[in-house]
Design a protein around this ligand. Structure first.
Ligand SMILES: CCCCCCCC/C=C\CCCCCCCCCCCCCC(=O)SCCNC(=O)CCNC(=O)[C@H](O)C(C)(C)COP(=O)(O)OP(=O)(O)OC[C@H]1O[C@@H](n2cnc3c(N)ncnc32)[C@H](O)[C@@H]1OP(=O)(O)O
Ligand SMILES: Cc1cc2nc3c(=O)[nH]c(=O)nc-3n(C[C@H](O)[C@H](O)[C@H](O)COP(=O)(O)OP(=O)(O)OC[C@H]3O[C@@H](n4cnc5c(N)ncnc54)[C@H](O)[C@@H]3O)c2cc1C
Length: 649
């Protein structure tokens, strides 16, 4: 163990194991997670060391090799795809595997939208991996605007079949994960036409490749869309369907029927699978940010640079600016952890309501999941980049471990609903509740009795240590943004603009409003979660400091908003800033111990900068020696160099 990290750990004021169990849910959950991880990490198939030295084709092939190994493991250990154990294993593989859309979207869509008969037919095939499917919704011409999708499924009464067609270049399916080379089936989102009339988007199960030799079936043109920023293991694909016939029974009909069309009670029930992934992404954002801050904090405790006082080269973690960059990332990771827990609870509740036939709650679930998906992925993407830059030059090396997960995570701002679009969706629900406060759910309870308070009850640094006081600040900021935007919308429509144009004209303010609301929700949920959890008093002291930092940092970051509302004044902002400095000092002593409590295995982080032992420089040198350019003392391309050097061009 490198001395600097040992020293850091010795001065921690709380028990790391207690926080590990708290974040995992219990001691048993921690044990189980570690057991699952060890099965993967002790298996050489899941190696990552040459990840950046092999071609795209090899990366894809490795992805399938890992898939086979993972499936094998699940069979041996009797782990089901819809279990928490599988979700943990999936994360621990460190890479998205080519079949992951099958597990997270294809099977859930059949489960959620199939009739009992359809589930009996398709689920055993899909769960036993006799067929492999993906979720093919997005087209080359449209991803966001689902009503604009062009793929058609036309019912042919005489043969009792649907004829599925994507006649134009823009109607090609484009992006679905695993579609290019891996999957032989897909659920296809298509416009349903029956008896000459269009009834909008519905889901159809379509076979794409032969089950014998994996060749595309007649009428199917299919392939990989080419190299991308990340997700190199995944064959995101294109698909063109030319008069492909599928049986009537292949339309997923739990909520709607074709032929004599019966519509679903709520047409958005067809969008349920997307909502479930948006819910998951909130927790994923926490994991990503926790991993990034682990690397950056450990490295910053080992890295010494320049001087604060002459003759003493301190660890860069002693620089207040470094703390100001990194400690809010720790705080945010924990805030999103609790937000993720909340999202899973509300998702399970709404699912059981849907099961009992009550579909009204999906509107609230859509609103909150769309907003938090956007807020947490946006924030965590920015946070990872802050952590990377906080590692200076070495943060730019692949040895840092950042690139591998950052390149994939960047996509989260776009997939499963582009973030601006998701914010605007969440805002539709927010402004509806503002107009009809009685409809406002618990998460928007402040809209039920909107009270524009005159001034913030803060006179000293102690006042900004009070949870209720801080929550009120975020509530008032949100309320102020929402009410002024609502006024703007009203004015625009009053002076003759139609509602849609007014919405577009006010959309920048709308965006600020929904972000302020999401921020309020995260702060409140964080503090309430801490209040409900049992913990020792040393741990509570640390967790409180981190939560207070999250809230005070948020106020400082958006000081303009808080001042603009008139609720806060400049003196109070200065108290907030003073409090932040005090909290940074308080957290400094425990920073390494807190990231240790995120409990990432070195084999998961794969970072020369962030390994538990802090042996940064030896690991960096080992990494450099593995560079393919170092296989020989003189590289074979010297033939060109020699000619340049000898002026024999
Ligand atoms: C070193 C460290 C190492 C660390 C390593 C870490 C490793 C691992 C760690 C963590 C794990 C990370 C792993 C990441 C895993 C990633 C998995 C990701 C998988 C990616 C898969 C991506 C798949 C896809 O992208 S599928 C395609 C998704 N597409 C979309 O989302 C399309 C977006 N568009 C829409 O959803 C809609 O069309 C709309 C929302 C834009 C709506 O449009 P609209 O309003 O114009 O039209 P509508 O008529 O449709 O709407 C009317 C009405 O309905 C409401 N509505 C809309 N949607 C819904 C809904 N879902 N539910 C309920 N209601 C809905 C809408 O708001 C309208 O309401 P009104 O009341 O206002 O009328
Ligand atoms: C890695 C990755 C994996 C994916 N996997 C799948 C998959 O498995 N299956 C699948 O079906 N799809 C998949 N997709 C597609 C993805 O879901 C879409 O790209 C996403 O929904 C965004 O849609 P778009 O590309 O049409 O963006 P666009 O909507 O074209 O966005 C372009 C710009 O227009 C803006 N914009 C669009 N509409 C509005 C509006 N109403 N108001 C204001 N601004 C607006 C956006 O904010 C954005 O700035 C994947 C994408 C990626 C990157």
């Amino acid at each position: 163990m490198d001395a600097p990290l040992l020293k850091e750990r010795e001065r921690a004021t709380f028990n790391v194991t207690e926080l590990i169990h708290l974040l995992n849910g219990s001691e048993e959950e921690t044990k189980r997670r570690k057991e699952l991880e060890s099965w993967l990490y002790n298996n050489p198939v899941f190696r990552q060391d040459d990840r950046y030295q092999i071609s795209r084709e090899e990366v894809y092939e490795r992805g399938l090799q890992k898939t086979r190994e993972l499936v094998n493991l699940c069979r041996r250990k009797n782990i089901k795809f819809d279990s928490l154990d599988f979700a943990r294993l999936n994360i621990s593989t460190l890479e998205e595997l080519p079949f992951f859309l099958h597990v997270i979207m294809f099977i859930p869509t059949i489960r959620g939208q199939g009739t009992e008969e359809q589930k009996r037919k398709w689920l055993p095939l899909a769960e036993d991996l006799k067929i492999l499917g993906t979720y093919a919704q997005t087209e080359l011409g449209h991803g966001t605007f689902l009503r604009g999708l062009e793929t058609k499924a036309t019912y042919d009464v005489s043969s009792r079949e649907f004829i599925v067609n994507s006649p134009t270049i823009t109607s090609m399916k484009w992006w679905p994960g695993g579609l290019g080379k891996t999957c032989n089936y897909a659920v296809i989102a298509a416009q349903l036409y029956t008896k000459g009339k269009c009834y909008g988007i519905h889901m159809f199960i379509v076979q794409l490749r032969s089950l014998e030799d994996h060749k595309p079936l007649p009428g199917v043109t299919i392939g990989d869309i080419g190299n991308k920023y990340g997700f190199h293991t995944v064959d995101n694909g294109f698909l063109r369907l030319d008069n492909v016939r599928i049986p009537y029974e292949n339309m997923l009909m739990r909520y709607a029927k074709a032929c004599d069309y019966i519509p679903p009670v709520n047409p958005k029930i067809n969008y349920g699978t997307m909502t479930s992934i948006r819910v998951d992404l909130v927790k994923d954002a926490s994991v990503i940010l926790a991993a990034a801050s682990t690397i950056a904090i450990r490295y910053s405790a080992v890295r010494h640079q320049t001087e604060i006082r002459p003759g003493e080269e301190p660890p860069v973690l002693d620089y207040i600016t470094q703390q100001f960059k990194l400690f809010p990332q720790i705080a945010t990771a924990i805030a999103f952890h609790f937000a993720g827990d909340y999202m899973h609870r509300i998702y399970d509740k709404v699912q059981s309501e849907i099961f009992d036939g009550h579909l009204s709650a999906i509107t609230e679930l859509h609103g909150i999941s769309a907003g938090l998906k956007a807020f947490t992925t946006d924030t965590s993407i920015a946070g990872v980049e802050i952590c990377r830059r906080a590692c200076g030059g070495h943060g730019y090396s692949n040895a840092s471990g950042f690139q591998r997960f950052y390149e994939n995570w960047l996509g989260s701002a776009t997939y499963e609903g582009e973030n601006t679009v998701m914010y605007l969706q969440a805002a539709r629900y927010l402004f509806k509740c503002y107009d009809n406060p009685k409809e406002a759910p618990e998460t928007m309870s402040y809209l039920r009795y909107p009270q524009n308070k005159m001034e913030w009850n803060v006179k000293s640094a102690d006042d900004v240590s009070n949870y209720a006081t801080l929550i009120t600040a975020f509530e008032q900021r949100a309320l102020s943004k929402i009410s002024s935007t609502a006024k703007k919308l009203k004015n625009l429509t009053h002076y003759g603009m139609n509602r849609n144009d007014a919405w577009n004209a006010a959309s920048v303010d709308i965006l600020h409003s929904i972000k302020a609301h999401c921020h309020y929700f995260i702060v409140k949920n964080y503090m309430q979660s801490l209040n409900h959890l049992k913990m020792s008093s040393p741990l509570r002291q640390v967790m409180t400091a981190v939560a207070l930092l999250y809230a005070n940092y948020g106020i400082d970051e958006h000081a303009g908003d808080f001042l603009e509302s008139g609720f806060m004044n400049g003196k109070q902002i200065n108290l907030v800033r003073a409090k932040i400095l005090q909290l940074l000092k308080e957290i400094r002593v425990n920073a390494v111990a807190i990231v240790d409590s995120f409990d990432f295995d070195d084999r998961f982080l794969r970072s020369a900068l962030g390994a538990y032992d802090g042996n940064v420089y030896n690991r960096l040198f080992k990494w450099a020696k593995l560079s393919p350019l170092n296989k020989t003392e003189v590289h074979s391309s010297y033939k060109y160099l020699r000619r340049i050097l000898q002026s024999k061009l």
